[in-house]
Ligand binder design. Structure first.
Ligand SMILES: [Zn+2]
Length: 357
């Protein structure tokens, strides 16, 4: 019996079912960073066109941008921008007829107040008879000692589970830089680039009894896109963690929900291997940013005159219909939809939407 869910925001038990469906069905969902309604709508359009569900993701910087750069207080902007984005997506996803997971990206120690305030918004919504705003939030304390990482995750998951929100945590470090929360590749001890199975087991023991949680695991992945050859992915690293947890607790294969950060620019073979080891979510940001920019850039180059004159200086014809933002922003959206179509195919998610007809 295939999984059937109500279209729209997926959270709580439905989120758990969706994650399980991905792992059992051998596919993963792209988690796409958005910074405004244009990118959010492009993600929903791409999911609908590919008959897939999708994860809409906000970094703290993306959330702040969503609220508008003119909002002076950075903390207020990153909280309300995320709230605004979550409401926008939750309102429209059901009309795109897709299941949408809403998630916030990396939050280190300094950003815990951001996550806490978002959880408070969800608690208020649930207390008023509604649903949480987000399906899951990430804490990334991978730079800290594991005991501190797990303590903070335990506190946060205990609170979030009460309102049906899941946690994503990071063990081992993802290299590269993303929104000021990242790691300088040269400065990291090589062993930390690969998640240690004993750490994953410790996380499972602490967090599994509390609520649904996923692990951003490091297997040589790096944020951003670099020259080929700079990054050597070893997805088989993930298997060691899955096997240790399964063996210790007598569980079936792939008990952990794993997340692949730094998915942009990855080989399809590595993506497929990662999915076979229990990855249900692959983050994609750099490649969709480029797809948006490339399409806008091409349009602006092809219509250069309309970006410097309101009226054609020779013919006197108005350029209004060319510089109308709906024209060039639409090019960006379309570029993003096309890039995501490839992602849905590579992740095996195309045609798998759980949204009930
Ligand atoms: Zn990441």
């Amino acid at each position: 019996m295939p999984l059937r869910l109500k279209p729209g925001l997926v959270w709580g038990p439905a989120y758990a079912d969706l994650v399980q469906n991905c792992k059992e069905g051998g596919y993963a969902l792209p988690a796409v960073n958005v910074v405004g309604t244009h990118s959010a709508n492009a993600v929903m359009e791409a999911a609908a066109r590919n008959r897939s569900d999708v994860i809409v993701q906000l970094s703290n910087g993306g959330a702040r941008f969503f609220a508008g750069q003119g909002l002076a207080d950075a903390h207020t902007a990153m909280v309300l921008g995320a709230v605004s984005a979550a409401r926008h997506v939750a309102l429209l996803a059901e009309h795109y007829w897709i299941c949408a997971v809403l998630h916030t990206d990396h939050a280190n120690r300094k950003l815990i107040p951001w996550v806490r305030d978002l959880v408070a918004h969800s608690e208020a919504s649930v207390a008023a008879g509604g649903r949480p705003l987000f399906s899951s939030h990430m804490l990334d304390l991978s730079e800290e000692p594991i005991a501190d990482n797990l303590d903070a995750c335990e506190t946060m998951l205990t609170r979030m589970a009460k309102v049906g929100i899941a946690l994503e945590m990071e063990l081992g470090v993802t290299g590269g830089e993303e929104d000021g929360v990242g790691h300088d590749l040269d400065a990291i001890d090589n062993a930390k680039l690969y998640t240690q199975p004993e750490d994953v087991l410790a996380a499972y023991d602490r967090l599994a009894p509390l609520g649904r949680f996923s692990v951003a695991a490091s297997f040589g992945n790096v944020h951003g896109v670099y020259k080929p050859g700079n990054v050597k992915l070893r997805p088989e690293i993930l298997k060691a963690s899955q096997d240790l947890v399964a063996r210790t607790h007598g569980l079936p294969a792939n008990p952990l929900d794993l997340v692949f950060h730094g998915g942009s620019g990855s080989d399809v073979a590595d993506i497929h291997a990662a999915i076979s080891y229990g990855v249900f979510k692959m983050n994609i940001d750099t490649d969709t940013q480029f797809a948006f920019a490339e399409a806008v850039g091409r349009y602006a180059a092809d219509n250069h005159a309309a970006f410097i004159h309101q009226i054609d200086p020779d013919s006197g014809k108005p350029y209004k219909s060319v510089y109308d933002p709906r024209k060039w922003l639409r090019e960006g959206e379309t570029g993003m939809v096309d890039r995501l179509t490839r992602a849905f195919e590579e992740l095996g998610a195309a045609g798998k939407s759980a949204a009930a007809a």
